[in-house]
Write a protein that binds this ligand. Structure first.
Ligand code: MN
Length: 318
């Protein structure tokens, strides 16, 4: 059992360096910070290192002020842990540092995970990496401390769209119930994460929505951000896709974001049978069946064409 193996790795070692993927969000931060608190409670040395800064709407999470940047760390650690990363490159510059440890632990729930660690715990049936950390925590302590509970809850809640996506399982709800019992307020977490946008950002984002286009009899919706659009008060991907998801007839939602260096970031969401991980993987990305992403080296116009071709071939033939 990989979980048992990780319990042993924790018991047998003293120092740990933890990381997650670039573009930090709730599950990345929630899982790495909760694991940091667990290790510290076990009197281990634990440091979190991430390439990217913490988004403003997640700074309420305890421990975010302790997160280090890759450049500022030189020591060696017994164990390196990757959380919520389908492959080690997802951690960017932090990956090299974390891989220097003799033991590399990979804790993830992405179906596209390539088992890059020396110990791999990959559970695509788990709602989130944070839910996995919850089970790990329970192997050591019955009662979860408030700070860890807040981090784990935030990870589960944001990755399940506040318990509304297809990964909102009974076990996710059970973990959440336990965490609320530890003092976490769902109302507080929701407010911090989602009611965070500056008014001017909402106005910019609604312009993106107003220019969205639909294809295949409204079954596929594509929205495209203008180059250089900067939204700092909240997660624009979440915002835009959560609005478009309200469309009744659509089953695929795509957000295109041109990046400064001539590349395009693509985020996919889908409903039911449509497996967007398949499409994202064909473009060098990955994720889950109903939620995936990729970064492509191409013009937005070409990317749009390639996507429509792929979806036509895969889902809308004839
Ligand atoms: Mn996740």
């Amino acid at each position: 059992m990989p979980l048992e193996k990780i319990v042993r790795v924790i018991r047998d070692n003293k120092s740990f360096i933890l990381t997650s993927h670039k573009n930090l969000e709730g599950d990345a931060l929630g899982s790495e910070l909760a694991l940091m608190f667990l290790l510290q409670r076990l009197k281990k040395k634990a440091v979190v290192v991430d390439e990217d800064p913490v988004p403003v709407n997640y700074r309420f999470l305890p421990g975010t002020d302790k997160i280090k940047r890759p450049l500022h760390l030189k020591q060696n650690f017994d164990v390196g842990v990757f959380l919520d990363c389908a492959n080690s490159q997802r951690a960017g510059k932090a990956a090299e540092l974390v891989k220097q440890s003799e033991i590399t632990v990979n804790i993830d729930h992405h179906i596209s995970n390539n088992h890059f660690g020396s110990v791999n715990w990959v559970s695509s049936r788990s709602s989130s990496a944070a839910e996995m950390v919850y089970y790990l925590y329970k192997k050591f302590f019955k009662k979860i401390d408030y700070n860890s509970a807040l981090c784990i809850y935030t990870g589960i809640a944001t990755d399940t769209g506040f318990f509304s996506y297809s990964n909102a399982s009974a076990s996710a709800y059970e973990a959440a119930a336990d965490l609320v019992g530890c003092g976490v307020s769902p109302n507080y977490v929701y407010g911090e994460v989602y009611n965070a946008f500056a008014f001017r950002d909402i106005v910019s984002l609604t312009k993106v929505i107003s220019r969205a286009e639909s294809y295949f009899k409204n079954r596929l919706i594509v929205a495209q951000c203008p180059l250089g659009l900067k939204i700092e008060s909240g997660d624009m991907t979440d915002f835009l896709l959560s609005v478009l998801r309200n469309s009744k007839e659509a089953e695929i939602f795509i957000l295109l974001r041109p990046l400064d260096n001539g590349r395009v970031k693509i985020n996919f969401r889908s409903r039911k049978r449509v497996d967007v991980n398949k499409i994202a993987s064909a473009l060098g990305g990955g994720g889950h069946k109903n939620s995936a992403g990729a970064v492509v080296n191409d013009s937005v116009l070409n990317v749009r064409k390639r996507l429509l071709d792929l979806f036509k071939k895969e889902f809308y033939r004839g």
